[in-house]
Design a binder for this molecule. Structure first.
Ligand SMILES: [Zn+2]
Length: 459
């Protein structure tokens, strides 16, 4: 990696050390001396520290050191991941009898088999991530780019593509229970299913598909595992940088732009084209800000009521891509119960961790973040009722409705019922959910990404 890359990242570069506030201000002012580039490089985009060190002054510095060491180890390991993924993508399975690669053979074979069914709605992304050795996002994206012929269409350099995707994957925080690279891979897989919807598929240009998949993959990159109100009340540098508005989404987008430029993935394209792509990526990623849900929902509803969506128009296709990405981002309750339940527990665990931090540092505990008061079933029922159902009801109308849409609505209603029953069965001392005690698993639950009539794989 070149030190010059920091200069190219410009205002999108961030540092995660106690000096970051000063340096971010310098970046924003355009006063960053490139002589500091070497110092900034390693920590260039981080959303750390989680909270202002003036507030968190106990174990933060120790944590920073450990975290820095972990990242160095991760960077070393990423080369192994890269080799693993490229073998899989080239369908090259190492043949060294008796070697340690015997395990790889088996895993790669299973991962490749799963990829052949990547368009099915019960695709098990957790299993896929294990089979690809934690490399699900890179592997999935490379596969989908091949499926759509995007590498050829945009004349992408494979090395740059791997470099970019590797950076995106690595900049997700694996220690986050929910906002990690597996969530990004899950959203990308859902996005792929939506791009294949008959209503949409034939209208989409290669650029639409490219942007839709890229936005899905990068939409939460470098998520710190806490929400915007937390960043604001702890005076995090990102909150001031983005003036308390779409703070996380702006950071995800700007980080993505930084990585695009650093990898040089689009550097062979005309400048106006690559700039337009960066802007469109921003518009897609910013649409995932849940506080803008009503704005999008009202516009979507109005278009459907007036039947005036014209997918020949690039602007209308872009709007539908925004809606599709929003759906993909919150589609967990529309998955089969076994997958849906895992996501629910993960997102609540992340909320509770924030609540624990807030408690520890005498901050007001945010809504949904109090493990003692907010149960997983209650959080899920609220999330489904106020966010997921209203959005998917309109998506259902848009698809007229498609078989996939019907399947998703079926899961959504069944899962909501199930959470309702668990909510009443839930007592304060019973914090663990035991789904198997409630009723038998729904058919096909979480089974390896195969089967299921819905969302048949039609590249
Ligand atoms: Zn997300």
């Amino acid at each position: 990696m070149s030190c010059l890359t920091v200069e190219r990242c410009g205002a999108v570069a961030f540092k995660r050390s106690e000096q970051n506030a000063i340096q971010v201000r310098m970046l924003a002012d355009g006063r960053l001396n490139t002589g500091h580039a070497g110092v900034l490089l390693v920590e260039r985009r981080g959303s750390y520290p989680l909270i202002d060190l003036r507030i968190l002054k106990t174990s933060a510095q120790q944590g920073e050191v450990e975290s820095g060491t972990r990242r160095k180890v991760k960077r070393l390991l990423s080369f192994q991941r890269y080799c693993h993924a490229s073998r899989l993508l080239r369908r090259l399975v190492p043949h060294t009898p008796g070697s340690l690669h015997l395990l790889d053979d088996d895993y790669l074979g299973q991962a490749a088999h799963m990829l052949s069914k990547v368009g099915t709605w019960n695709f098990d992304i957790f299993l896929f991530d294990r089979l690809t050795n934690g490399n699900s996002l890179v592997t999935l994206l490379c596969h989908l780019f091949n499926v759509y012929g995007l590498i050829h269409h945009f004349q992408l350099d494979m090395v740059k593509l791997h470099r970019f995707l590797g950076m995106v994957q690595e900049d997700y925080h694996s220690q986050n229970p929910y906002h990690n690279a597996v969530h990004a891979a899950d959203v990308t897989q859902a996005m792929y299913c939506y791009l294949k919807e008959p209503k949409l598929a034939e209208q989409l240009s290669p650029l639409d598909v490219f942007l839709g998949l890229m936005a899905a993959a990068a939409h939460d990159v470098d998520h710190p595992g806490v929400n915007q109100p937390f960043l604001i009340k702890t005076r995090h540098h990102l909150a001031s940088l983005y003036q308390n508005t779409s703070v996380l989404e702006s950071h995800h987008w700007r980080s993505t732009v930084g990585m695009l430029r650093e990898s040089g993935l689009l550097s062979h394209l005309p400048a106006d084209m690559s700039q337009d792509m960066e802007q469109q990526l921003g518009s897609l990623i910013l649409a995932t800000d849940i506080s803008r849900q009503n704005e999008f929902l009202l516009t979507f509803r109005e278009h459907l009521d007036n039947q005036d969506l014209d997918l020949q128009l690039a602007s209308h296709r872009h709007f539908i891509l925004q809606i599709a990405l929003k759906c993909a981002d919150v589609c967990n309750p529309c998955r089969v119960w076994e997958l849906s339940r895992q996501w629910s527990e993960r997102v609540c665990e992340e909320f509770y961790r924030q609540g624990d931090l807030e408690r520890k540092f005498d901050l007001e505990i945010s809504p949904l973040c109090n493990q003692q008061a907010d149960s997983v079933p209650a959080i899920q029922i609220g999330f489904i009722s106020y966010i997921v159902e209203p959005l998917f009801e309109e998506w259902h109308r848009f698809t007229e409705p498609s078989p996939l849409s019907q399947t998703m609505m079926g899961h959504l209603h069944k899962n909501k019922d199930r959470w309702s029953r668990l909510r009443y069965a839930h007592t304060p001392s019973d914090t663990q959910i035991h789904p198997s005690a409630e009723e038998p698993e729904p058919e096909g639950g979480g089974g390896g990404g195969g089967g299921g009539g819905e969302g048949e794989d039609i590249p």
